[in-house]
Design a protein around this ligand. Sequence first.
Ligand SMILES: [Zn+2]
Length: 273
Amino acid sequence: MDKIDGGNQERRVSAGVIPLSSSGALSQGEHRADGVVLRRREPSPKSGECLLFLRGMGAVWVGAPGSRNRFGGAAEPMTWSSFLLYQSPKRLYLKGADIAEDFWPVKSSGRTLFRAANWCKELAACLPMRYENDAVLSLFWGTMKNLSSGMSPILLDVRFAWRWGNIWGVAPSLEHCPICGAPLFADGAREISRAPDGFVCEKCAPRRARLQGERLEPVSPVAFGVITSAALRPAERFVRSEPEMRALYKADSSLAKETETIISWFYSFVRTI
Ligand SMILES: [Zn+2]
């Protein structure tokens, strides 16, 4: 697996771009592609299919009869592999897989498994089928690597949810008020509120609430600072500053609750696509 850019933890899986024909369909025969299993369905031992998230192709359901016995851990959600696929006249099948990373440390702890399972669930629900989403795939890979190395699940969730929305161009701005354009971190504008469609500065919040009849949620400066840092910092700086940010959660028990609410809100943006 090779890096996409200097110091960035969000890495791109190597090789295996699926050659699509001009119509966008796969040619009949074998194809190899790298990616991850998001879901597996096996209603009976002779049936079964897996939802794969593949480089160059995005999300795709592939037939995988008897996957539990035939492919073992390679057909488990969260496992990354180089997949061997077969396109028949009717559908795409899984023929084999070389496991690149099974993320066993993530799967063996309830705390990390909960987050990673939720990422798979959100991706399975939101990714359009057969539409290349390599930037999101790279982000997911880097997030799983960081989770596997022991970094804070809640901070990684903030970063993943916001960056995914940002790749798709739907994430709320963390830098400017969407109404007046003022910097959200400028002097005298540190009282941030959360409107349904974005973070609003203190000057615009009362007017917005009055005109739209909305109840805006105040965002604590500590929560806004941590969320902004976790989401926006370049990978190396984020990794370096993670212990400091993690300590804030130990010192303030309400911070986790506020952060979880904002994480759910970030996911609501990608769900609208
Ligand atoms: Zn404003």
